[in-house]
Design a protein around this ligand. Sequence first.
Ligand SMILES: [Zn+2]
Length: 282
Amino acid sequence: MRIFDPHIHMTSRTTDDYERMAAAGVKALVEPSFWLGQPRTSVGSFTDYFDGLIGWEPFRAAQFGIAHHCTIALNPKEANDPRCREVLDILPRYLAKDRVVAVGEIGYDSMTPAEDEVFAAQLALAVEHELPALVHTPHRDKARGTTRTLDVVKESGIDPGLVVVDHLNELTVRPVADAGCWTGFSIYPDTKMSPDRMVVILREHGLDRVLINSAADWGRSDPLLTLRTGEAMLAAGFTDDDVDRVLWRNPVEFYGQSGRLRLDAAGTEPTFEGNSILRGGA
Ligand SMILES: [Zn+2]
């Protein structure tokens, strides 16, 4: 099984995770920029983080033969902090970088006026830079958050085929698919979407424009839930080709729209400008 995890926060994961993921068949991933838990108080914290997503993290991933890409944005939660608003000004410089394959995660956390404004501004950046957009839906009040999300996406004028609306469930998949957007599902170890629930959704809605991710981060999560979903699909009678489509070809097609996917990077000699620092150390 070859796996492309289209949404995973490796900054928050250990090297053991990279090792287990590579052994499980993960050959490529996209790491969206997000909220790190601890509030950031200045734009400098974001530039260092974004630099890590395009520099250090691809270097770590390449040591395990995994092609690493990222998405860059001001996340919905910190959109509410006026100290972080300046981040919008530095985004264009990152959106021009090679391994940046979308604007994201953007969208709603608590559906505040500040989030409205920052969400719309970042969809406009996606249109301007001709990049896909990764849209997070709120974990509370998901149905209303998803409806409002689709309204804002429509108003922005972005091609819905360039938008993935993520963290969906049985209740929110239909309106997103009807809007022509890609449907994203995060598989979690406990309360939220599980491999078995995912299989039922795939049976009902088909495999078209579906992205399945582990969304693993600093919370309780599991980077191998993409693999577990593939196994659950096979156990339920889906074919190897079906699994390959959902876990590999679909994410390649979606993020390939950026024109920046470099899947051959897996297994090649990693390059990172900090190499000399590492090698020069004691
Ligand atoms: Zn995320």
